[in-house]
Structure formats: C-alpha cells, structure tokens
Design a protein around this ligand. Structure first.
Ligand SMILES: C[S@@+](CC[C@H](N)C(=O)[O-])C[C@H]1O[C@@H](n2cnc3c(N)ncnc32)[C@H](O)[C@@H]1O
Length: 260
C-alpha cells in the first residue's frame, strides 16, 4: 500500500525548495532527502513529540537487544536519529555499531561509525543488520538489491532484523484509498514516501538470500509503547480487524538468519 507524506518530523515539505514537477507524488531521492535534512538542521533537528518519540525509540532498543542475543557487530541502515542504536550502546558497550543514512544526526552516540551509503560498507562484515522503519522507503527493485548487498556483508549465522509498519485493516484501507484518490494530479508538498508491504511479501524478499526464523507483531497502546500481539487474520495481507484499544498503527518484525 502506497503511503504519501507531506512532512518529516518538524519539516513541512511545502517549505522545501525542490522541483515539484519532479517530486509531487513521486518517490523522494537522495537530493530530496538532502534538502529535507538541510531544512531540518536549520530548525535545530527538532523532533515531533520529542518526549514520546524518544521514549518509544529507546524501548525499541530493549526489544532489539533481546533479539540480537550474541550479535554485537551491527549495521543499522537508515539509522535516522540513532536513538535506538545509542541506547543499545548504553545497555551494552560491547556493541560495535555502524550506521548508514544521508546525514549523521547530532543525537548519535559518538561511538557509532557513520557511512553515507551502503557501498562504503563493502569489505566490512556484520553479525547483525537492523532495518527499523526503513524498507518501506525502498522500491521493490531497490529492496531486492539491498537484500543481495546485505548477504555479502553478513557473516554466516548473522541476523537481519526488519521492523516496519504493518498494513492497515481493510476498512482503513478503503478510507485511505478514498483520500489518495482526492490528491490533485499536480501540486507541491506531497511525496510518495514509500510502500507498506504485507508480512508474506517482506518475507519473500528476504527469503531469497536468508532463512526466516521468526516474526512478531506489535501495536502501539495508549501508553504510546509497542506491545506484542498475536498475528492478525488477513485478506490479501490486510488485517480484517484490529482492536479499538490500539492507539495507532501496528508493526511487524521479522528475523532472518544467513544460513547457507
Ligand atoms: C522513518 S526513518 C527511520 C529512522 C530510524 N531507523 C528509526 O527507527 O527511527 C527512515 C530513515 O531511512 C533513511 N533512508 C531512506 N532511504 C535511504 C537509503 N536509500 N539509504 C540510507 N538511508 C535511507 C531516511 O533518511 C531516514 O532517516
């Protein structure tokens, strides 16, 4: 399911000086992301709902730390603010973390090594890969390339953790599609931020090179924390129903291992 976005944290895309003939309802590229980060730096990288966002990202670290068991040499791709990864280092200083993104955020722990693209990691080897809220930014072609590239830099027995938003319920999908159909064909300020995929679609991408070990499903409760829930009943990947107790969207986490 396509997702359109008009802002990133406190940056409104209408404030960006970009060629909207090129970007309106299209996927952002490196140039667009760099404009976003340039604008964000000019407003001191202010986060939206900083307190709750930081708390949620730190609590992700607790879950990820449990899942990484023996893995300590980690690459986080699309590391963003690096709050989760910095928290991993607070929990266990024996982590060696590298991060890939378009810029290095001021919040990163100084022990995290920065790379501005995945190619720069060639020649390194990692016991764990973290893709937290990232793969939806990748087109199918780019995701296939990513999986192949990862296979080259992950050690035998190494783990890949993919945590992404889940698809909505069928009822929400109908409403979302209605809203999307009302977007004008031309304009400014809205981009195709990415694509949410079903659990089986995500697993199929990674299974080309890795073995699927386990999946977990979470909902955001009214305490704004992620809580594990049972797998959902689905039609075409979309949830049939979700409890009204869920404050926000659900997420899916998949663990893969490199086993030849
Ligand atoms: C929603 S944020 C998630 C950040 C972080 N992982 C987290 O959980 O808070 C997605 C991040 O992926 C980065 N990103 C998107 N496409 C990318 C690419 N092709 N290469 C590297 N980073 C990318 C964006 O710059 C952004 O920081």
């Amino acid at each position: 399911m396509k997702i359109y976005q008009s802002s990133f944290h406190t940056v409104k895309f209408t404030d960006l000086e970009v060629d909207w003939e090129r970007y309106y309802l299209q996927r952002p590229d490196k140039i667009f992301f760099e404009k976003v980060y340039e604008k964000w730096a000019s407003i001191d990288n202010e986060l939206l709902d900083e307190k709750n966002f930081t708390r949620a990202k730190k609590s992700h670290a607790v879950k990820i730390h449990e899942l990484f068991q023996n893995q300590r040499k980690i690459l986080s791709i699309g590391i963003g603010n690096g709050i989760t990864e910095s928290e991993l280092l607070n929990m266990d200083p024996s982590y060696e973390i590298n991060g890939v993104d378009f810029v290095r955020d001021k919040r990163w722990d100084s022990r995290i090594q920065y790379f501005n693209n995945l190619k720069a990691c060639n020649g390194f080897s990692y016991e764990g890969i973290l893709l937290n809220s990232v793969i939806y930014n990748f087109s199918d072609t780019k995701l296939s390339d990513l999986v192949s590239s990862l296979h080259k830099i992950v050690v035998e027995g190494g783990k890949v953790i993919v945590w992404d938003q889940d698809l909505p319920t069928l009822a929400d999908l109908k409403e979302i599609k209605r809203r999307h159909s009302r977007l004008p064909k031309k304009g400014k300020g809205v981009v195709l931020w990415g694509e949410l995929r079903s659990p089986s679609k995500i697993k199929n991408f990674f299974r080309k090179k890795f073995r699927h070990i386990e999946s977990k499903y979470y909902y955001v409760g009214h305490d704004l924390q992620d809580h594990e829930t049972k797998p959902f009943f689905r039609i075409m990947g979309y949830k049939i129903w979700q409890s009204k107790d869920f404050h926000a969207n659900t997420s899916q986490l998949h663990i893969f291992k490199k086993i030849n």
